[in-house]
Design a protein around this ligand. Sequence first.
Ligand code: SIN
Length: 275
Amino acid sequence: MDMTPLAPKCGVEIAGIQLAETDGAQLEAVKQAVYEHGVGLFRQQEFSPEDHIAFAKRWGGIDINNYFPLNDAYPEIALVRKRADQAMNIGGAWHTDHSYDQVPAMGSILVARELPPSGGDTLYAHMGAAYDSLPDDLKEEIEGLEAFHSADHVYKEDGLYAQTDMGGDLRGQDLETGATHPVVIRHPETGRKLLYVNSAFTIHIVGRTREESLPLLQRLYAAALNDENQYCVQWQPGSVAIWDNRTTWHNAVNDYQGHAREMHRITLSGEALAV
Ligand code: SIN
């Protein structure tokens, strides 16, 4: 197994293994690399839906996504799908999956099934690097703060997706979400401090209104998206990415109008987050 960092602060390519056969000590090494680098990229994988589910079960539990369409034959697999005639994609803004859950999903395993002729990349940003880059006074200012997260403005019947041509594809428009997490968490496995607010689902700092919270949140978001913290996955047939939601944000670039893109996503169970 060969590991090559993809950018100075985010992402690692792991070559020389087939995920379908990865288990035991090799799986532990893959996990540690994903926890540390935020996203692992695996090329030229032979990875059927059955392999995808079996690998996710070897990693840990599977969280079924409440909103995305599910694969009829394999309900553990969510379809991140955009038809050629749709303008809106899923996940096309910076976000951290499931931060609106009190026990957020650990991460995801995303498999490229149908790709546009060009574009359709996924951007990742490393929240450990983002935290490290903050000036000391800002680190002190956010120490001990908590933030409230929700997905209601995104997925509910009057939410963002419902106003678009993706709205009809999604489920769970009657669900209500809300969770409180520390603004800075420690990675449960590596112990690294990570910035844990995101521009899609963080609503406000606990004890402050949204208006009072926004200046601070926007300073944190600007630090999170420093170019040096980012890596861009350019998908190829057979590519699989595994990311850690605690360590990274991601953003599915919607630059392939008139073409279809279909990815299979399994969301991995996580644990409550703490400082
Ligand atoms: C997502 O899981 O947010 C979508 C990622 C992608 O389609 O690249």
